[in-house]
Design a protein around this ligand. Structure first.
Ligand code: PLP
Length: 428
């Protein structure tokens, strides 16, 4: 309550901006995930790892724009690439070299991607990946996982598909539970109707829960055995290993047929992509009779292609990718040690993690359903505490480290979490 009072008295301009927004946007909001009570902060500017809000507070950015902010806020190489591209014109209404250059950079990183196409967002990438799978297999059903998030038109919670989801026939299985997959496959004519299995190799927005190796391998086998297309949504996880996301850690015969990408790969601009096996992606070859159509005014947008190239080629080098991953692993291990024996549980992999407040033991958090008892009040208190101490994290405890964060910022963040654990020990 005290933290909520402090929040209200110290953020009057954010409140004014929010109130004005409610006149023109439903609930003052255009990205559901960004709303929290009583009103969210409005940011004004950002530099490096820092955000500044309209009331003059500085925050160290640990949200990292839900992984899209990998490069931090003012990576000069990317800003130069965007500026140079903008000088030559924003939109040509034609092909341009930037698209094949970025496509080659992405394709070379993901051995499972022979050919790819760009979209404007990860949501569109999911839409197109499913369409490709349905066209390729001639089948209809889409097997997904409870608690997964594949974009604004693809959310699955409490075993249900959201009313705003794209109208596919979904089968909703339990993450990290191969038996639930097999049961659904069997119930659907031994997968005679399943066009694709769509999975995040680590549940991202749903709580940063890694897919176990045996589970991912089992999905590959189940898909192959039933002529279904295996789609890995690596929109968030592609940052894990510079050489191709989480799938790069799987044996080469256990890779997906299609991969969807997004977030940081566009250098921080709007971006999405889907790609995979030649035989599937060739369905979109416009030289073919009856080619599948896939359009989008901004698919090859000049600024994104340029920013993406600069980021992948010049900034996200193998060395920096590995260091970020290791930093994330070290930070999470430290946080797990500090919170041991409390309700705070820190899940994740590499530079992506999530704070949960639950009785469930850390090792028992294997699917989003295991978090259904999460204490929302405590996670709200934690959020306000972190904001009050100058750390910007998601309301639901999600954290994605950027390349701009320095070692001392990670250490100070850790100390603040430790302060929280101490000052709230009676609740935890
Ligand atoms: N897939 C995953 C795993 C995501 O985390 C997201 C976004 O958070 C998306 C797809 C959708 O991407 P976008 O927000 O660019 O539409």
């Amino acid at each position: 309550d005290q933290l909520a009072e402090v929040y209200k008295t110290s953020n009057p301009r954010s409140e004014t901006i929010y109130n004005a927004a409610t006149e023109v946007l439903p609930g003052g909001n255009t990205r559901s995930v960004l709303f929290y009570h009583p009103y969210p902060l409005s940011m004004k500017s950002a530099e490096g790892s820092r955000l500044k809000d309209v009331d003059g507070h500085d925050y160290v950015d640990f949200l990292g724009e839900y992984t899209a902010g990998l490069y931090g806020h003012s990576e000069q190489i990317i800003i130069n690439a965007i500026t140079e591209a903008a000088k030559k014109g924003l939109s040509f209404g034609s092909q341009h070299e930037g698209e094949s250059v970025l496509a080659a950079l992405v394709g070379n990183r993901f051995p499972s991607i022979d050919l790819l196409r760009f979209t404007n967002s990860g949501t569109e990438a999911t839409l197109m990946a499913i369409s490709a799978a349905k066209a390729y297999t001639g089948k209809k059903k889409v097997l997904v996982f409870d608690g997964a998030y594949h974009g604004g038109a693809f959310t699955f919670k409490g075993g249900k598909s959201s009313p705003v989801n794209a109208p596919h026939e979904y089968l909703i299985a339990k993450f990290n539970d191969l038996d639930s997959v097999k049961a659904l496959m069997q119930a659907n004519g031994n997968a005679g109707h399943v066009a694709c299995i769509l999975v995040e190799p680590m549940i991202g927005s749903g709580g940063a829960i890694p897919g176990e190796r045996a589970f991912l391998e089992g999905l590959r086998k189940a898909a192959t055995a039933s002529d279904a297309v295996l789609i890995f949504d690596e929109v968030m996880t592609s940052r894990m290993h510079q050489g191709g996301g989480i799938q790069s850690q799987l044996p080469s015969d256990l890779r997906p047929d299609i991969t969807t990408l997004g977030k940081y790969i566009g250098g921080g601009m709007s971006f999405g992509a889907f790609g995979g096996k030649r035989a599937i992606m060739e369905l979109f070859d416009p030289r073919r009779p009856n080619a599948l159509s896939h359009a989008g005014t901004f698919n090859n947008n000049v600024l994104t292609m340029s920013a993406g190239r600069a980021g992948l080629e010049e900034v996200f080098t193998p060395r920096r990718a590995a260091r970020l991953h290791d930093r994330g692993e070290a930070l999470r291990r430290t946080l797990q040690r500090l919170s041991h024996g409390t309700l705070m549980k820190v899940t994740g992999y590499g530079s992506i993690m999530c704070f949960h407040f639950t009785q469930t033991a850390l090792e028992k958090i294997r699917s989003p359903g295991d978090l259904s008892e999460d204490d929302k009040v405590l996670s709200g208190v934690f959020h306000l505490f972190m904001l009050a101490n100058g750390y910007y994290v998601a309301r639901r405890g999600f954290v994605a480290l950027s390349l701009a964060l320095q070692e001392d910022e990670l250490e100070a963040f850790t100390r603040t979490v430790q302060d929280f654990l101490q000052s709230h020990s009676q609740l935890l």
